[in-house]
Design a protein around this ligand. Structure first.
Ligand code: OAD
Length: 260
């Protein structure tokens, strides 16, 4: 349950943030919950509670029913388009302006960090804002051949969209179940986790790999660990600073305490 009790920022955390040369943040769906975007796993509101992910967020589902999958993503894009970044997103953008070296790794595909002003972002699971060539033959042949690599951020109308370069079906540029992350993206996320002095894990249940391993990479390399999540996660017991409150309350209070 989200707590509304006042946020207390310990002096030791204020000092750690003032001294940190490299700060890395990992966010999950919880950072956007206060913008009205459903998380994946929270009961009642979670996205996967309403829809079977294997019906919609897999390459097989796309090959089986590309129209249905694209319709679901159009709906998610519409939800995200109506949402606004919240004070948690804004506080992270402010942290980036204040800190010499700041990397934001997000599992979210909603683009709200970009809209809030964050710049150095690793979008681990892609972005709903982009489409890319799937390599899937639109003629009904149910297999993915090789993709030509085309990407665009122009979502046009129409049930099925086709690659202007090779004619294959376009798909959302997101990572689906059963797919591997782009190697260069994962490598960048691992590097910034291993190199940072302070790591903040915010609004993620920490159960989906490889994102779930990033805080442990940081811990192994000696980083100070901060978790912000109203609910306990496997990382909670390993965190040096634990805020069991909503990110939209905690993050602005931390920014105010350190730089206000
Ligand atoms: P989850 O839905 O698994 O977890 C959301 C977390 O946010 C939970 O731990 C909540 O307790 C927490 N939370 C809820 N409200 C919050 C708030 N106001 N402030 C802070 N935390 C809050 O979402 P993720 O961990 O992001 O992957 O899920 C990881 C991945 O699983 C997603 O990126 C997606 C999904 O499968 C793909 O689609 C590849």
């Amino acid at each position: 349950m989200a707590s509304t009790s006042p946020v207390h920022v310990p002096d030791a955390l204020i000092a750690a943030l003032r001294q940190a040369k490299l700060v890395t943040v990992l966010t999950g769906a919880g950072i956007s919950a206060e913008s009205g975007i459903p998380t994946f796993r929270d009961s009642q509101t979670g996205l996967w509670a309403k829809y079977d992910p294997h019906e919609l967020a897999t390459p097989e589902a796309f090959l089986r029913s590309p129209g249905l999958v694209m319709e679901w993503y159009r709906w998610r894009r519409m939800l995200v388009g109506k949402a606004e970044p919240n004070p948690g997103h804004a506080a992270l953008a402010e942290m980036e302006r204040r800190l010499p070296n700041f990397t934001l790794i997000t599992q979210n595909v909603d683009g709200l960090h970009v809209r809030a002003g964050s710049r150095n972002i690793i979008e681990l699971h892609g972005s709903l804002q982009r489409l890319r060539c799937s390599g899937a033959n639109p003629s009904g042949e149910k297999r993915i051949t090789s993709t030509c690599g085309y990407t665009t951020d122009e979502w046009q109308d129409g049930e099925l969209l086709h690659c202007p370069r090779c004619g294959a079906l376009l798909r959302p540029d997101v990572v689906w179940f059963g797919e591997v992350l782009k190697a260069s993206t994962l490598e960048a996320a691992l590097r910034s986790s291993r190199e940072c002095n302070l790591f903040l894990s915010i609004g993620t249940s920490g159960v989906v790999e490889p994102a779930a391993s990033l805080p442990y990479e940081a811990l192994r390399a000696g980083a100070v660990m901060v978790e912000i999540n109203p609910n306990p996660t496997p990382l909670s017991v390993h965190s040096h600073f634990l805020f069991q409150q909503p990110a939209g309350q905690v993050l602005p209070t931390i920014v105010q305490a350190v730089w206000g």
